[in-house]
Design a protein around this ligand. Structure first.
Ligand SMILES: NC(=O)c1ccc[n+]([C@@H]2O[C@H](COP(=O)([O-])OP(=O)(O)OC[C@H]3O[C@@H](n4cnc5c(N)ncnc54)[C@H](O)[C@@H]3O)[C@@H](O)[C@H]2O)c1
Length: 451
């Protein structure tokens, strides 16, 4: 078949929704995407190596907080979605998106094993006319260097009978306004035909598509976005340390600066950064640039400042306990919120884990409460979220607010805790009652004892 025919045929299948869309990886990124494709009328084949995940999904149960079980159940019932651990199911796919993890190794080098394994799976099921889109965040050059050779090894020619693009996922878990569908999607193909087809596919279920000129551009867009966040969070975290030393309230400084209607964008300090993106993604770029003998100083500096924040928080706890004539060793500390940000259940790279570990290393007895995280499993250990009762709060020598989930009753903490270390400014507008509150930048803000 002539090259144009492969392209036209896939375009027509996208237009009339008869194209079958495969997804490799059904996690935080892959599952919402699968749902959007399914809702747009495509048949979606979701392949995941986790049997637990595929079994749950086939029972109509979602394992991702932002994806409703009723959506999954409806798509499974209507035949628009199948989840399977059988990779041969991907053979019927006309287009396949890859959303597998891209972690960093211990030395902060990219761990490409999941992407390579996904690419090999696709290679085994590939056929002429297939479109493949990589969604996983990675270093510039990955799509061309890792995925393209695998296709070529089975005799497919990119832009002719095989189409390859990169389209970074921008999902913001827990965001009530922006979801997969209404967040503009960047698409960059190896050839113009690849960009066109990938844009057509995503355009069928996402409101706005932003085509760019290459896969490297698309890869770099994602890294710029997340490096921008990392650097700005690093800046305000450093500003918190500066304010602490100067005796100025960093939150007041930021709120006042944010009244400037132009040229300022508000970022807030906190206990450190977490999740699968901000702490990791910039290092993909740093690694790539090291290989080109260039040191990405902003990335390294932001990472250094952000990764020191858990130590800064623990120093605040130690200082606060000290004022109560208590050593950290043997003190009971209640960490409130362990997810890496508000209103989500994801604890990957969460600074709360570092805060808890550092406190335990100093001999503290650490419990946690998180309405979104019933159990924490780390290094073979399991810890359960404790209920936030008045007694539990009162029995803690220090309460550390690490994540300010909306559903937590912070006033209750104020009413019953002795010492609160508030890393999120969650208590600033509450009625000062029993607790002495220590913020990132204040010694003790309130000390009104009523009981
Ligand atoms: N979570 C986010 O907020 C977010 C946002 C934007 C981009 N990303 C990027 O998207 C990618 C995926 O992240 P995620 O958060 O969805 O990860 P995840 O861990 O939630 O999901 C990944 C899924 O892939 C499956 N998997 C692993 N190896 C596989 C293989 N070889 N074949 C098939 N399935 C496999 C896992 O079982 C898991 O279900 C990463 O590169 C991440 O950086 C994540």
């Amino acid at each position: 078949m002539a090259a144009e025919m492969f392209k036209d045929r896939l375009q027509a299948k996208i237009d009339d929704r008869s194209a079958v869309v495969g997804l490799v990886g059904l996690g935080y990124v892959g599952l919402p995407l699968a749902v959007e494709f399914g809702k747009a009328g495509f048949k979606v084949v979701g392949y995941d190596v986790s049997e637990r995940v595929t079994t749950l999904l086939m029972q109509g149960r979602s394992h991702i907080q932002d994806v409703s079980s009723s959506d999954i159940a409806a798509l499974v019932r209507s035949g628009h979605f199948v989840a399977t651990t059988d990779e041969t199911a991907l053979a019927e796919a006309d287009a396949i998106s890859i959303a597998v993890p891209t972690p960093l190794g211990k030395t902060r080098d990219p761990d490409m094993t999941y992407v390579i394994s996904a690419a090999e799976t696709i290679r085994r099921q590939a056929h002429p006319g297939l479109l493949v889109v990589l969604e996983s965040t990675t270093y510039p050059g990955t799509t061309r260097e890792v995925l393209l050779p695998l296709a070529e090894s089975v005799g497919l020619t990119v832009g002719e009978d095989f189409f390859l693009a990169f389209s970074p996922e921008r999902v913001d878990p827990g965001n009530p306004v922006y979801h997969t569908k209404n967040t503009p999607k960047i698409v960059g193909g190896i050839t113009p035909a690849c960009t066109e087809l990938a844009s057509a596919l995503y355009g069928a279920c996402i409101d706005a598509i932003v085509p760019v000129s290459s896969t490297e551009t698309a890869e770099l867009v994602k890294l710029l976005e997340n490096t921008f966040r990392s650097v700005n969070i690093g800046l305000v975290n450093e500003m918190a340390i500066v304010c602490d030393k100067l005796g100025v309230d960093v939150w007041e400084v930021i709120e006042a600066a944010a009244t400037k209607p132009f040229g300022f964008m508000k970022f807030t300090p906190g206990p450190g950064i977490g999740g699968h993106c901000i702490p990791l993604d910039p290092h993909y770029l740093a690694w790539k640039m090291r290989s080109l003998n260039y040191k990405t100083r902003f990335i390294d500096l932001a990472s250094e400042v952000n990764s020191q924040m858990p130590d800064f928080v623990v120093e605040k706890v130690a200082h606060g306990l000290n004022e109560d004539r208590k050593p950290v060793n043997g003190s009971r500390v209640l960490v409130v919120g362990v997810a890496y940000k508000r209103d989500i259940d994801d604890v990957r790279e969460s600074p709360a884990l570092d805060v808890m570990r550092l406190l335990e290393e100093r001999g503290a007895e650490v419990d946690f409460h998180d309405p979104h995280v019933p159990v924490l499993r780390e290094n073979g250990r399991e810890k359960r979220s404790v209920e936030l009762t008045d007694d539990v709060i009162r029995s803690a020598d220090a309460v550390v607010i690490v994540t300010d989930h909306k559903s937590i009753d912070f006033q209750r903490l104020m009413n019953h805790a002795g010492l609160i270390v508030d890393t999120r400014n969650a208590t600033s507008k509450l009625v000062p009652t029993r607790a002495r509150v220590v913020t990132l930048t204040s010694g003790a803000r309130s000390a009104v004892v009523t009981s």
